[in-house]
Design a protein around this ligand. Structure first.
Ligand code: QUE
Length: 335
């Protein structure tokens, strides 16, 4: 007897999707991705379904990412077909959400990282509570901000997206609204009422329950972020951060120094390129980049350190940004 990791049900005129793999914080595996695609396909042309809601059964997480542990296992086994199948399906889901012809409402009341951003940010409404916790943390595992983040992040104001995508900084729900990752702020205490109102009134219920988010906690740092993260290379970002006064720049520099140097470089290149791409093209280029990145030693090592062994002590190859081969990065981006 296997549990249903995606529960798809009709509630009034809504299609309601529940991610239900709570022990893995709803990290998306192949079966969940396929179930989400199938439900969206089934409701796309169904006139009885006015809108779709994506929700979670977990009290802690909306969706913590992708099943990156399985991808690492496949990478170490040289099983490129499993990796290709996973990212192809995940990015097709991201595109299907972006192109969905009906309101698509994500209810984010907990961890929303990596793949969780991918199943929310492309939707028409991303509702967060104060318990929402948003990040694109892939540079910590030798990956890059994917699931269409190479399209989304460069469009945030003032190099904020480059900052978020390189550092993996976590944003609470209110900050995610200010950044543009979420669209509406609803206090967690009002979420049960919103769920009921969605069934009664459809997607129009969202704006009736939304309140202004708390002030943007990054506001004091936005000018520093814009100055430093608009630089044309990771090395130049580090140089600019080192020249900045203040604790925020110092902390940011220390964070970057702990992340995969190679991943910082290919992520910077992918985010820079994504500024000029449409979402579909960005996803296609992300898929091509996964073929290189999952073969790089920093991917298996990063997932080992952060997800498998959880010692949080990865040994990166190479160990510093200065040692990263710019030609090799450029070749990865070229296909
Ligand atoms: C960076 C990441 C991820 C991460 C940890 C990082 C990521 C991801 C997971 C994850 C979380 C819960 C699970 C799981 C994987 O952790 O992308 O299998 O159950 O999916 O530091 O990018």
């Amino acid at each position: 007897m296997t549990e249903e990791t995606v529960i798809a049900r009709r509630e009034g005129r809504l299609g309601w999707l529940l991610m239900n793999r709570p022990r893995a914080l709803n990290a998306l595996d192949q079966a969940m991705i396929e179930a989400l695609v199938a439900a969206l396909d089934g409701w796309r042309d169904d006139p009885a379904v006015a809108a779709v809601v994506l929700d979670s059964t977990s009290d802690r997480a909306f969706c913590a990412g992708g099943d990156i542990r399985a991808i690492r296992t496949a990478a170490l086994a040289g099983d490129g077909a499993t990796i290709e199948r996973f990212f192809t399906a995940e990015y097709a889901l991201n595109a299907a959400i972006a192109e969905y012809p009906k309101p698509y409402v994500a209810l984010i009341d907990g961890i929303c990282m990596g793949g969780g951003i991918g199943v929310s940010v492309h939707g028409t409404m991303r509702v967060t509570t104060e318990r929402g916790l948003f990040a694109m943390p892939e540079t910590a595992i030798g990956m890059f901000p994917d699931v269409g983040a190479t399209f989304v992040l460069p469009r945030l104001h003032g190099a904020l997206g480059m900052f978020l995508g390189l550092t993996g900084t976590r944003l609470a729900g209110g900050d995610a609204v200010h950044a543009g990752l979420a669209t509406h702020f609803v206090p967690a205490a009002a979420l049960p009422a919103l769920r009921a109102a969605l069934v009664e009134q459809g997607a129009a219920a969202v704006s009736r329950h939304a309140v202004p988010p708390p002030p943007f906690t990054l506001a004091p740092h936005l000018s520093m972020i814009a100055r430093c993260f608009s630089a044309g290379s990771v090395a130049e970002i580090l140089t600019r951060l080192a020249a900045e006064p203040g604790e925020a720049a110092r902390d940011t520099l220390a964070t970057l120094r702990g992340l995969s140097p190679a991943a910082l470089c290919w992520s910077h290149a992918a985010l820079t390129r994504g500024a000029g791409l449409d979402l579909r093209t960005a996803l296609t280029k992300e898929l091509a980049l996964t073929r290189h990145v999952t073969r790089h030693p920093d991917f298996a090592e990063g997932v080992r350190a952060m997800v498998v062994d959880k010692d949080r002590a990865p040994r990166w190859t190479p160990a510093t940004v200065e040692q990263v081969d710019a030609g090799a990065i450029a070749a990865m981006l070229d296909g």
